[in-house]
Design a protein around this ligand. Structure first.
Ligand code: KIV
Length: 263
């Protein structure tokens, strides 16, 4: 069994070894994923790949708590980060109230907040009240509707400068690491070098301090769309459909159950 990561070991890994983060939403998959991951993210992407919605915006605190508890049952030896859903950290007071609810009702080790300079005051408030925070800068899925789609960042000098300011503000506010999503690879590399905490990329190239992928994307289970940055490590959807098809054929032809499956 590998040793569970801590805030200290996560911070110390910067410049030493790339960090592996994977999302999980339930005990079954969390158990399967935990031996290969340094951190498990209970992402609000569950609203899409688990709950079938078209974006993350309607995910609720109750959903995040339910799924975090399921993941924690399956991955007892993992550092677990839970996403704070859209609308739950609009000001310091609300953010702390909701963060405390998640910390009291789950065993999450840290919470993730989307936003940079604009959310630094929230991150600072949570950190100074005993909540460990992972930042999330660059493309922010919770800004999908207000920005009119998923917009890759770092395409202009102004965007690059803002990303550096965002990363540094998140670090100064007390976050122990941050996700950087959907950013031009050369810019993400500069951003990662501009701070001393790990910067975990998704769609941000390889010159960052680790990578995160949504498990249902990397296992080829989510069929609605596949972002350019996803590498599919198996064609899960085809494997599942084939197996279930064989089961259905066996039931119809009475090939299943056989004597070995019968009391
Ligand atoms: O919700 C999620 O799964 C995430 C990852 C895309 C980083 O935030």
């Amino acid at each position: 069994m590998t040793k569970k990561m801590t805030i200290t070991s996560i911070k110390k890994s910067k410049g030493v070894t790339p960090l592996v983060m994977i999302t999980a939403y339930d005990a079954l998959f969390a158990k399967l994923l935990e031996s290969s991951s340094d951190m498990i993210l209970v992402g609000d992407s569950l609203n899409m790949s688990f709950a079938g919605k078209s974006d993350t915006l309607s995910a609720t605190l109750e959903q995040m708590i339910y799924h975090t508890n399921a993941v924690a049952m399956g991955a007892k030896n993992s550092f677990i980060i839970t996403d704070m859903p859209f609308g739950t950290y609009v000001n310091k007071k609300e953010a702390l109230k909701n963060a405390i609810t998640v910390f009291q009702q789950t065993t999450a080790d840290a919470l993730k907040i989307e936003g940079g300079e604009d959310k630094a005051h929230i991150i600072e408030h949570l950190c100074s009240n005993g909540i460990a925070v992972c930042g999330h800068i660059g493309l922010l899925p919770q800004a999908f509707r207000s920005e009119g789609g998923y917009k890759v960042k770092g395409r202009t000098k102004e965007e690059e400068e803002q990303l550096i300011k965002d990363a540094q503000a998140v670090e100064r506010a007390g976050a122990f690491c941050m996700v950087i999503e959907g950013v031009k690879a050369d810019v993400a590399a500069v951003v990662a070098k501009s701070v001393s905490i790990p910067v975990i990329g998704i769609g941000a190239g390889k010159d960052v301090d680790g990578q995160v992928l949504v498990f249902s994307d990397m296992l080829g289970l989510f069929e609605e769309f596949t972002p350019k940055f996803v590498k599919k490590y198996m064609n899960g959807a085809a494997l599942v459909k084939k197996a279930v098809g064989q089961y259905a054929d066996d039931v119809k032809s009475k090939e299943f159950p056989q004597d070995i499956h019968t009391y």
